[in-house]
Design a protein around this ligand. Structure first.
Ligand code: NDP
Length: 486
């Protein structure tokens, strides 16, 4: 493996090898090894946290306007490197280049731009306490943020965490998923190139052990995780020992409801976006598609026709719609769910198999799959994180709301209807942190993103992120003599 590019850590503005275990990084599109990852050992984790602590001190004292300027420069640098970063992301995730070029880097840049603008707007609240006193409420940085990412949108996840954390005066130590170590490293270098002081954004590589070390580290003040529900549980339990602040962006099994008055083509587009984009490897996917019975047959016809036209194959080919699964292990997990669906009696409409023809050898490709099923089946209950859609017929509005909400998750929800009053009424009653009316899976940075119930705690993006990355300090100011009770 010695001739392979070294994928190291980024600490204090410099690339450094790690003293932890080494492992190969794969291009999931081809199954080829594209780098050797040097995970952080104890020494590198200590160094990264120490650098972050030190850099955070000066950064916290800087005026918000100055921090904002730095973030807006980063946005420009990211846009200028769109093609390079998109290719890196596609090679590391197996997601189509058409997606990474048009979404991942631009969404990250938008995030830096948005929080760059917000950085200077943190206004102190003045509280009148009568003639003898007043108070004011400051928003202060939390300190060092340990950020842990999932593998589906590595650069976007890193940016959604780093941009608000940095905007409000914190420093970050980021651990990417061991499956996608590359783009965070490049992001870190570009941040410094754009003028961000070294030490404010550090990257430590490795598996869950490195994540755990960050969660346990006494000098890490807050943890923000994007990952599975069980990981969220473990991280929260571990963070409780240090009473550490946590934000959790976790999984889901979100409902998408199609009423019979909906624009059918738009609803089909929504269902496809919510199930097949990024090979279905998206946390907010609307994998339970409830369709009102009178339009069920027409919906399935249109949906299967358009799904069968999707081009599955080489992620680097700009014409590809659906790329590879992140790994063979994950691909087998997804095909396991398909088999389970068949065993439990779900009806397969299209897809349902691993593809071997017309796709690069070495990758794990799954034909976009549609089932009709019952709510109780595994397909309709568990997060699959692959291109597997489950369509469920319904008859009444009240009934579908109850069924949509009958899940321990609550990340997202969507509905298609032309009836505006119904749209607002139903959106208000869906148990989800994000809800789309007549669209699906669009995530502008201006809107908070995150889940209720077991899908998470806290919100990313929007002004809600101020809560996630600042502490409130109340200051009481006495204006006159103070009475002594003694
Ligand atoms: P995992 O939960 O397996 O991993 C997420 C990250 O946590 C990885 O970096 C992982 O390290 C690390 N980790 C695992 N265990 C621990 C631990 N005990 N302590 C600290 N860190 C730990 O998720 P995946 O990477 O498999 O991503 C898929 C999941 O992420 C899906 O459930 C999906 O729904 C969710 N997700 C949620 C999003 C949201 O915004 N709500 C967005 C995207 C994905 P390692 O390198 O070993 O994997």
């Amino acid at each position: 493996m010695s001739a392979l590019p070294r994928v190291g850590n980024f600490i204090g503005g410099r690339l450094v090898d790690g003293s932890g275990p080494r492992f190969p990084d794969y291009d999931p599109g081809r199954g080829e090894v594209i780098g050797e990852v040097f995970s952080a050992g104890e020494a590198e984790i200590e160094a990264a946290v120490a650098q972050a602590r030190c850099a955070a001190r000066a950064w916290a004292r800087a005026a918000g306007a100055g921090r904002g300027r730095a973030l807006r420069r980063i946005a420009e640098v990211l846009r200028a490197h769109n093609d390079e970063l998109a290719e890196l992301e596609t090679r590391d995730t197996g997601r189509p280049i058409a997606e990474t070029r048009s979404v991942d880097i631009l969404s990250a840049a938008d995030c830096f731009e948005y929080f760059g603008a917000l950085a200077a707007t943190l206004a102190t609240e003045h509280v009148d306490l009568g003639p003898s006193a007043f108070g004011y409420v400051r928003r202060e940085p939390i300190g060092v943020v340990g950020a842990i990412g999932a593998w589906n949108y590595p650069l976007q996840i890193a940016s959604w965490k780093a941009a608000p954390a940095l905007a409000f005066g914190n420093a970050v130590v980021f651990k990417p998923s061991e499956l996608t170590p590359q783009s965070a490293l490049r992001l870190a270098a570009l941040l410094v190139e754009a003028g961000l002081p070294p030490g404010l954004f550090n990257v430590v590589q490795g598996d869950a052990r490195v994540g755990r070390a960050l969660v346990r580290h006494p000098e890490v003040d807050k943890i923000t995780l994007t990952g599975e529900v069980n990981t969220g549980r473990a991280v929260m339990a571990e963070a409780a020992a240090g009473l550490k602040r946590v934000s959790l962006e976790l999984g889901g099994k979100s409902p998408l409801i199609v009423f019979s008055d909906a624009d059918l083509d738009a609803a089909v587009t929504g269902a496809m976006l919510g199930n097949f984009y990024s090979s279905g490897e998206i946390c907010s996917n609307g994998t339970r598609v409830f369709v009102e019975r009178p339009i069920l047959a027409a919906f399935l016809d249109r949906l299967s026709l358009r799904t069968e036209r999707l081009r599955i194959g080489d992620p680097l080919d700009p014409a590809t719609d659906v790329g590879a699964m992140i790994s063979t292990t994950h691909g087998e997990r997804v095909t396991g769910y398909i088999e389970r669906g068949l065993t439990e009696g779900a009806r397969l409409i299209t897809g349902g198999r691993r593809m071997h023809e017309g796709v690069p050898a070495g990758g794990f490709y799954i034909a976009p799959t549609i089932f009709t099923a019952d709510d109780g089946m595994t397909l309709a209950r568990e997060e699959i994180f692959g291109p597997v859609m489950t369509v469920l017929p319904f008859d009444e509005e009240e009934e579908v709301i109850a069924r949509a909400n009958a899940t321990p998750y609550g990340l997202a929800a969507g509905l298609f209807t032309r009836d505006v009053t119904r749209a607002y009424r139903v959106a208000a009653r869906l148990g989800a942190g994000v809800c789309w009316i007549n669209h699906y899976n669009v995530t502008p940075v201006e809107l908070p993103f995150g889940g209720v119930k077991q899908s998470g705690i806290g919100r990313e993006n929007g002004r809600a992120a101020i809560e996630a990355y600042t502490e409130v300090k109340s200051v009481y100011v006495a204006l006159g003599d103070i009475e002594s009770p003694y």
